[in-house]
Design a protein around this ligand. Structure first.
Ligand code: TRP
Length: 453
């Protein structure tokens, strides 16, 4: 059994070292597991919620796509696409919106934080809050449920959103699944081992703190950023405290255990901070140098990137398009052509329509039935009965008896009748000639035998 793993990357900004260690590297490693069926996508619809600068949106999509591929994501093995290339996702978002309680979304952390901030500032609670921000979790639920993901690797701030996707999926299953699980309920996975990387100043590396180390900047930019890492004022030769130094934590994220032991011992022995930064630079160059070259090649070839992403979208849509068709069907957005059949088949999926007994009441109060072939052709009209239950009993008897044992009597080659226990039960329409009558009897036997299985 393979596990479907899915995660989205919001396309605002340029990936930094923290994104690499915290998300990109572990995701790529996980995608190489033969048991994993990985879906990674650029959450560019989500990016629109946070950013109204088209140039930035576009640049970021390009950079993030190139970053993942440069870092070794295999677009053949995995399904790698842009959210905005899958129109089924927005359509599903609406289906889900219609079953999502507003109260659920009121509780979303990101929305609540925006409201709290407004209230603190004495503003209207909804100042600056778009419907995009409010409905963010529904769009995210559509991303996840569309592909029936089992596991969703995310940061801690996103756990609530995955839980909401579960809630919404469960509600949809309950309303429309007829006992079937239309959606797989996803689980959030938090990588225990992935420490959040500290930034230059020791706080979590994040664009909002302006303390990041660029992932694929030039060697020069990397060097300059490392030079800005804040250290204490201990002089060269003075012992340093590795565990109190975020430079050491950064080193740890990329070093082998042996390299790390050596670094620790050297710091304790008084390694100068300048020297220590030089070692970190070397370590990062070794880890990222080749990927940086691949990145630069990819960025310079946007046409190729476009091709890769469109192929990924086509692969994703081979799943999304038919699945959305099922979901539309489930909620009642069906072709009128399928209407008749879904009513007779009790809404269950059947490849072919079946023949059927249709009973009705005559003006004089008696009951009759017609027996119709799958295509609606009338094959029999019963004699009248006083008891309304007779109709059901007779149809069951006929089915139980089986097609071959039906007693059919033809008269004068124009009409035949159906007999049961020595009694005439029903008559056929009249036919033009004996051949047509023969053929109609055959169709009747076929229709009855079709009901038996
Ligand atoms: N909201 C996620 C984030 O900001 C990105 C995202 C969008 C996502 N859709 C997703 C993550 C679906 C996992 C699954 O990090």
């Amino acid at each position: 059994m393979t596990t479907r793993i899915l995660t989205g990357i919001t396309t605002t900004g340029t990936p930094h070292l923290g994104n690499y260690a915290g998300a990109i590297r572990p995701a790529i490693v996980a995608s190489r597991d033969p048991q994993a069926d990985s879906f990674y996508f650029l959450a560019d619809y989500h990016a629109l919620i946070k950013c109204d600068d088209p140039a930035r949106i576009q640049r970021s999509r390009l950079e993030i796509a190139a970053t993942w591929l440069a870092c070794g994501l295999d677009a053949q093995r995995t399904t790698f696409y842009r959210q905005s290339d899958i129109p089924e996702i927005t359509e599903l978002t609406w289906l889900l919106t219609c079953v999502t309680a507003k109260g659920l979304l009121n509780r979303a952390h990101a929305y609540k934080a925006a409201v709290d901030k407004n209230l603190e500032g004495g503003e209207d609670p909804d100042t600056g809050v778009t419907m995009g921000l409010f409905s963010y979790p529904v769009l995210m639920a559509a991303d996840i449920l569309m592909f029936n993901a089992n596991k969703v690797p995310v940061g801690r701030d996103q756990i609530q959103h995955v839980e909401m996707a579960r809630d919404i999926g469960q509600r949809f299953n309950h309303l429309f699944g007829r006992g079937r699980e239309l959606f797989t309920l996803p689980e959030a996975v938090i990588e225990a081992e992935v420490a959040t990387l500290p930034g230059l100043d020791g706080r979590k590396m994040s664009k909002s703190y302006d303390n990041t180390i660029p992932l694929f900047g030039s060697s020069r930019q990397l060097k300059d950023a490392i030079a800005r890492i804040v250290t204490d004022s201990r002089e060269p030769g003075e012992p340093k405290d590795p565990d109190g130094s975020h430079l050491f934590t950064l080193y740890q994220a990329f070093a082998t255990p042996e390299q790390l032991d050596e670094f620790r011992a050297d710091l304790l022995a008084g390694l100068a901070w300048g020297e220590a930064k030089q070692r970190l630079l070397q370590l990062l160059e070794n880890e990222l140098g080749e990927a940086r070259e691949r990145y630069q090649t990819l960025i310079a070839r946007p046409f190729d990137l476009e091709d890769i992403l469109l192929a990924g979208a086509a692969k994703a849509r081979r799943i999304a398009t038919p699945f959305l068709g099922e979901l539309r069907e489930a909620v009642g957005l069906r072709s009128f052509r399928t209407e008749a059949h879904s009513q007779t088949a009790g809404g269950k999926k059947k490849a072919v329509k079946t023949a059927r007994f249709v009973s009705f009441r005559e003006p004089d109060g008696s009951f009759r039935f017609r027996f119709l072939a799958a295509d609606g052709e009338e094959l029999l009209l019963s004699r009248p009965f006083d008891d309304p239950k007779a109709v059901g009993r007779i149809s069951q008897q006929l089915i139980a008896l089986g097609a071959d044992a039906l007693e059919l009597r033809a008269d004068e080659g124009a009409q035949f009748s159906l007999w049961l226990d020595g009694e005439c039960m029903a008559d056929s329409p009249t036919y033009a000639d004996p051949d047509a009558l023969e053929a109609a009897m055959l169709r009747l036997r076929e229709a009855i035998s079709g009901l038996a299985d």
